[in-house]
Design a protein around this ligand. Structure first.
Ligand SMILES: C[S@@+](CC[C@H](N)C(=O)[O-])C[C@H]1O[C@@H](n2cnc3c(N)ncnc32)[C@H](O)[C@@H]1O
Length: 309
């Protein structure tokens, strides 16, 4: 983990080295670079390089409108910008914006397009309304923002207000800073983002897998894997989906569609490494449940989607 207390923190990403000037003696926490932001960026870089890794939907940047909350010196947002997140607003409280602006200037030449900066205090409805105009965002990014219990309701409300009500996703770099804030945050999140996915450690960049930092994806609705029905189609799902089904036993799920939807019988099989674990015909709408994890098939005439909870 390349985390340092030195005045300048380096972040190699997308073939460039971004540098962030930090001031650890400042009263503002946002003038330091915090580790989970680096973990988040290096995870994104890894996912973008290897499309076989899951969560590609979150990191498919072209056309994505994004906003970052509590950008601080900007490592998460500027790192993602370097990776191609072109339509991005970086935000923080007024006292931190000068440090953010300085770091944006420092790194501008490495960015395909400069992100915009905006003042945002999470409990300020006017700031939120102005940033969410003309419309809300596909992606809300935040790193290391959960540490003051009193701020947590405002933070979650801001995520909720800024993320598109239907398909908005939060990409969160996370570290437990305060047990009270941690508890309050995870108690509040499901009302706005019922689907919480923790990135498995093996998908993080090993050089930046700082043991206390995690990356989460928070969603409005279950992730869907759409499939066009074709006889004989077989499709494998990312390991993370199978892992969510059964932590250790299931390594591979594949879906075999043996006949098309236009025929009277469409059979869906989910195979695990120990043979079929689920079978569904047109008449069956049930999902499978394993502990609290669940897979459900949603079928229309031309397409079947698999939702993983
Ligand atoms: C621990 S720092 C993390 C900074 C940066 N994301 C990083 O990872 O390096 C938390 C950030 O959240 C911002 N923040 C804290 N409370 C806030 C609030 N109520 N409204 C807006 N920003 C806030 C701080 O100013 C700071 O920049």
């Amino acid at each position: 983990m390349r985390f340092t207390a030195s005045p300048v923190v380096e972040l190699p990403v997308g073939g460039a080295v971004l540098t962030f000037e930090q001031d650890n003696d400042s009263f503002e926490v946002g003038t330091s670079v915090w580790p989970s932001s680096l973990v988040l960026v290096k995870f994104a870089e890894r996912c973008l390089r290897d499309p076989a890794l899951p969560f590609a939907d979150v990191l498919r940047f072209p056309g994505t409108r994004a906003v970052e909350l509590g950008s601080g010196c900007g490592p998460a947002g500027l790192g993602l910008s370097r990776l191609g997140l072109a339509d991005l607003v970086l935000t923080d409280i007024a006292a931190v914006l000068p440090a953010l602006r300085r770091n944006l200037r420092r790194n501008r030449r490495h960015l395909p397009r400069a992100p915009r900066l905006a003042q945002l205090h999470w409990n300020c409805p006017a700031h939120l309304a102005s940033i969410a105009s003309p419309r809300r965002f596909d992606l809300v990014v935040a790193a290391d923002v959960v540490y003051v219990p009193e701020s947590v309701p405002h933070l979650v409300a801001a995520m909720d207000a800024l993320a598109d009500a239907d398909r908005g996703v939060v990409l969160l770099g996370y570290q437990v800073r305060s047990p009270e804030a941690h508890q309050a945050f995870w108690d509040a999140v499901p009302a706005a983002f019922p689907v919480i996915e923790k990135i498995p450690r093996e998908h993080l960049d090993p050089d930046y897998a700082y043991e206390e930092s995690d990356v989460f994806v928070l969603r409005r609705r279950p992730r869907q894997f759409p499939l066009h029905l074709q006889p004989g189609l077989s499709r494998s799902f990312p390991n993370s989906a199978s892992r969510r089904l059964n932590q250790s036993k299931v390594r591979l799920i594949s879906l075999a569609i043996l006949s098309s939807a236009s025929k009277s019988l469409a059979l869906l099989f989910v195979f695990a490494n120990r043979g079929p674990i689920f079978r569904s015909s047109r008449r069956s709408k049930a999902g499978i449940q394993n502990g609290k994890e669940k897979v459900r098939f949603v079928r229309s005439r031309a397409q079947v989607s698999v939702e993983v909870f």
